[in-house]
Structures are given as structure tokens and as C-alpha cells.
Write a protein that binds this ligand. Structure first.
Ligand SMILES: NC(=O)c1ccc[n+]([C@@H]2O[C@H](COP(=O)([O-])OP(=O)(O)OC[C@H]3O[C@@H](n4cnc5c(N)ncnc54)[C@H](OP(=O)(O)O)[C@@H]3O)[C@@H](O)[C@H]2O)c1
Length: 252
């Protein structure tokens, strides 16, 4: 077992499922105490059980990242429970597909609120703590559909993820002088429910990926988590304001 994060407290939003859960487990395997956050308590509790079952330490906080009071409470709770906050993975996000003229106004607002305002609020409260406590590391989840490639039917989502990319790079410049290192990941389709088309099975998706993805498959949770851990670890210490595309070549 390696231990790049021994003694560190890591916060993962969207930690109850998908990329967030896989990354929370990976942080815990490498020694971090992990705080997972999301809106629903049950999946968060399951993640904590999985962390503890593999010998790690973690806890859950129910919070909506689009709500400033919730995010303030989330950061404060992580610090109170575990004595600090050194790493944050701002990963919570939602996708509502549809061509631009057909996007429902509520879906537009919801995606902006969670994907953009949620990442901004998370950074705002995390940075406020980190700048007073010796710095830290932040990784945000954007998407290859944001700054890197276009796909019809994903305009609202793409706009939010391009915003995450821009916000990440701006914040990186603003805070690296205070010891807070900020980067993003931009995944292509990863093996979570989010990359399934309506009514599609995992087998259907695998078949579709053979012809639609340059690499012929979707990405694994392990591949996504490994990129986040690298960006959060000291070995990437000279990497600042980078938006790391992990998409099997889709936006190459
Ligand atoms: N899977 C892909 O192909 C792919 C590709 C590129 C980027 N991404 C991005 O990767 C991130 C993780 O997605 P995923 O694929 O792992 O899908 P997922 O399993 O649906 O994960 C999304 C997580 O975000 C949480 N969440 C949603 N709204 C929230 C809110 N308002 N406050 C707090 N938590 C919230 C959800 O939990 P609750 O519903 O319980 O709150 C859920 O755990 C997202 O930002 C997504 O846009 C995914």
C-alpha cells in the first residue's frame, strides 16, 4: 500500500457514487481521512462503510453544493471532525441533455447552480480555510465537453464545464502564491450512469464506444481516480492551473 496522503484530510463532493466514490476510496487507500459530501445520506454512508471496510477512515456530510450555507457547514465540519482540510476534490455535478433550443429553463438553471456555482462555492469556502492554514490542493471536475470538444445535445452542460475550466485556471493563478494549488480534470465518458444514454445498458454503451471513442471504450473509474490523485499529490507540485483531459483521445 502506498501512502501519498497519510495525515491528510481530503474532501470529496459527489462522494456517494461514480467518480467521487472511486476517488474517495483511492484517497483513503493512500492514507487520507476522507470526508464525502452529497445531497443524499444513504450513498454517502455506503462510501464510508466501503472506506472503513478496507481499513481507511472517513465520514459523511449531507450538503448541497449549490447552497452557500451548506458548503460553509461542510468545510467547517470536515475541519472540526478531522482537524484540517488539505485536499479538496470538487466533483459534484449533473447532466441534462438536449439541443440548445429545447433546453428546459429549470434544467439550465439547475446545471449552472450545481456545476458552476457549486464548484465556485466549494472553492470559496475551501480557500478561505486553506489560506489561513498553510495552503492546500484543489482538483475540480470539468469535462472534455467543456473547453475541449463539442457534442450536439450537450450545450448547457458544456457551458457549465467550460466555466469550471476557466474558474479553475483563474483561481489557480490567484492562489498559488498562497500555497493553494488548483487544477481540474476533464474526463470523457467514464463507466458511471452519467455516460449512459436514456434506456442504454452498460453492454450497449460498450458497443457504442467501439465506434464513437477513438480508444474504443469508456474510461474506468480507476483511470479517473488515478488522475485526481496525481493532481492532488506532491509529485505534480509544478502543475498549476492545468485542466487534464482524460478521454481516450476524443478531443485530441
Ligand atoms: N461519467 C462521465 O462520463 C463524466 C464525464 C465527464 C465529467 N463527468 C463529471 O464527473 C462528475 C461525477 O460524475 P459521475 O459520472 O461520477 O456521476 P454520478 O455518479 O451521477 O455522480 C454525481 C455526484 O454528484 C452528486 N451531486 C449532484 N448534485 C449535487 C449537489 N447539488 N450537491 C452535492 N452533491 C451533488 C451526486 O449525489 P447526490 O445526487 O446524492 O447529491 C452524485 O454523487 C460530475 O461533475 C460529472 O459532470 C462525468
Amino acid at each position: 500500500m502506498t501512502s501519498r496522503f497519510t495525515g491528510k484530510v481530503a474532501l470529496v463532493t459527489g462522494g456517494g457514487s461514480g467518480i467521487g466514490r472511486a476517488t474517495a476510496l483511492a484517497f483513503a487507500r493512500e492514507g487520507a481521512t476522507v470526508v464525502v459530501a452529497g445531497r443524499n445520506p444513504e450513498p454517502l454512508a455506503e462510501t464510508v462503510e466501503l472506506i472503513e471496510a478496507s481499513g481507511g477512515q472517513g465520514s459523511a456530510v449531507t450538503a448541497d453544493v449549490s447552497n452557500s450555507d451548506d458548503v460553509a457547514r461542510l468545510v467547517a465540519t470536515a475541519v472540526e471532525r478531522h482537524g484540517g482540510l488539505h485536499v479538496a476534490f470538487n466533483n459534484a455535478g449533473v447532466l441534462a441533455a438536449g439541443p440548445v433550443a429545447d433546453i428546459d429553463e429549470q434544467d439550465w438553471d439547475r446545471q449552472l447552480a450545481i456545476n458552476v456555482t457549486g464548484v465556485w462555492l466549494s472553492m470559496k469556502h475551501e480557500i478561505a480555510h486553506m489560506r489561513e492554514h498553510g495552503g492546500g490542493v484543489i482538483v475540480n471536475t470539468a469535462s472534455n465537453l467543456g473547453a475541449h470538444r463539442r457534442l450536439p445535445g450537450t450545450g448547457a452542460y458544456a457551458a457549465t464545464k467550460a466555466a469550471v475550466s476557466a474558474l479553475t485556471r483563474t483561481a489557480a493563478l490567484e492562489y498559488i502564491g498562497e500555497g493553494i494549488r488548483i487544477n481540474a480534470i476533464s474526463p470523457g465518458p467514464i463507466e458511471t450512469t452519467m455516460s449512459l444514454l436514456p434506456g442504454e445498458t452498460e453492454a450497449d454503451r460498450a458497443e457504442r464506444a467501439k465506434t464513437t471513442q477513438p480508444i474504443g471504450r469508456v474510461g474506468t473509474l480507476a483511470e479517473a481516480a488515478a488522475a485526481v490523485l496525481w493532481l492532488a499529490a506532491p509529485e505534480s507540485g509544478f502543475t498549476v492551473g492545468h485542466d487534464l483531459v482524460i478521454d481516450g483521445g476524443a478531443s485530441a
